[in-house]
Design a protein around this ligand. Structure first.
Ligand SMILES: NC(=O)c1ccc[n+]([C@@H]2O[C@H](COP(=O)([O-])OP(=O)(O)OC[C@H]3O[C@@H](n4cnc5c(N)ncnc54)[C@H](O)[C@@H]3O)[C@@H](O)[C@H]2O)c1
Length: 342
């Protein structure tokens, strides 16, 4: 297949491209504006690409005529669409950035996919579409009720995909709703001591707990904050479902094959169980050997106490078999990657 990967220089996209290059024979075109993407990750992907199957195009999705030119030059069989703005507090301050970059640019991409006969579309969605869910574990059928423009921009993109597929028999999608993505490239490590990531999350302003804990363990931050320790959980801190980025990457490869035989579908991506913020911080301290400073501060608005995926659908229908469901391994890979980042 010829696959267009938007946002392939970013954290999750680069891991998916790595898996495609290592496990399949498809050609990949990365389209990325490098706003948060990493040139270092892309250089590593070029090294992994031993038989010249990877092309990089530096472009912005908002440049509709340029993006259309790319569709004219390549005959794509599938699109995996990661490119987006992803910082929740920023989406509250600047909602139009999120509706333009996430919803409008995605809508244009879907339009081009249908105009140029691209039949498969894999979309990066998020647990943020559920808002503060009434049922946990969260099912794909749980009511969608985003509480910030980021989640809303993704929900609206999902809607455009669903309606477009309803009206076009030749267009199919898989929507993957990621829970908390963490960790870095396992690079075939056999044991936790062998972990030596080649790529990882490179953007410094990330807000994800495990990334921030790794930055604190490596001395890039002087302390880490816990936002609220009075939730109704075993130690008072919020519980999240952390999924290793390599396991998530494999779900994308399976989603591509799934569409050969099946109709469009939506899957939660998570392990179906979670850890508290304190458990994550203590695990990061253990695997790094660094007893970094932790400060408890007030709750953040809109943080549900518990967010866990019901993952039975992805396990049963997609046949996804996660390999790295282990918090120590996730934290260790994030820490080892952070040490290698300049
Ligand atoms: N990281 C998570 O925990 C998480 C959770 C749920 C969903 N997601 C979704 O996964 C996707 C990837 O997230 P990520 O963590 O890899 O983020 P990221 O910021 O590392 O990757 C996004 C990539 O898209 C590129 N990009 C952004 N806007 C663009 C534009 N207009 N034109 C071209 N390129 C553009 C960036 O340069 C970057 O390389 C996003 O759609 C995000 O909403 C991520």
């Amino acid at each position: 297949m010829n696959i267009l990967v938007t946002g392939g220089a970013g954290y999750i996209g680069s891991h998916v491209v790595k898996e495609i290059l290592e496990k399949r024979s498809d050609n990949v075109v990365i389209l990325d504006n490098f706003s948060t993407g990493s040139r270092k990750n892309v250089d590593t992907l070029k090294k992994i690409d031993v038989n010249g199957r990877l092309k990089i195009i530096e472009a912005d999705l908002s440049n509709f005529s340029l993006v259309e030119g790319i569709f004219k030059s390549y005959s794509f069989d599938a699109i995996i669409h990661f490119a987006a703005s992803i910082i929740v507090p920023e989406s509250v301050e600047n909602p139009l950035k999120y509706y333009m970059n996430n919803t409008v640019n995605t809508t244009n991409l879907i339009r081009l996919a249908t105009n140029y006969g691209v039949e498969r579309f894999i979309f990066s969605s998020t647990a943020a579409v559920y808002g503060e869910p009434e049922e946990v574990p969260v099912k794909e059928t749980t009511i969608l009720s985003p509480i910030n423009p980021y989640g809303m921009s993704k929900m609206m993109s999902e809607r455009v995909l669903i309606d477009t597929a309803k009206a076009n028999n030749d267009f199919k999608y898989v929507i993957l709703r990621y829970f908390n993505v963490a960790g870095a490239d396992m690079n075939n490590a056999k044991t936790i001591e062998d972990i030596n990531p080649r790529i990882g999350q490179a953007f410094p302003e990330a807000t994800h707990l495990i990334k921030v804990a790794a930055e604190t363990a490596t001395g890039k931050r002087d302390k880490i904050y816990i936002f609220g320790d009075d939730y109704d959980t075993k130690d008072g801190t919020c519980i999240r479902d952390y999924i290793h980025v390599d396991d998530l990457a494999m779900a994308h490869l399976q989603a591509l094959d799934y569409l050969n035989e099946n109709v469009s579908d939506i899957f939660n991506c998570g392990y179906g169980h979670g850890y508290t913020v304190k458990e994550v911080i203590n695990t990061m301290k253990k695997v790094s050997g660094v007893d970094f400073k932790v400060e408890i501060t007030g709750r953040r608005a809109g943080d549900p106490s518990k967010l866990i995926a019901d993952n039975s659908k992805i396990l049963n229908k997609l046949g996804w078999q996660p390999k790295f469901d282990n918090l120590e391994l996730i934290c260790k890979s994030a820490f080892e990657w952070e040490k290698r980042l300049d």
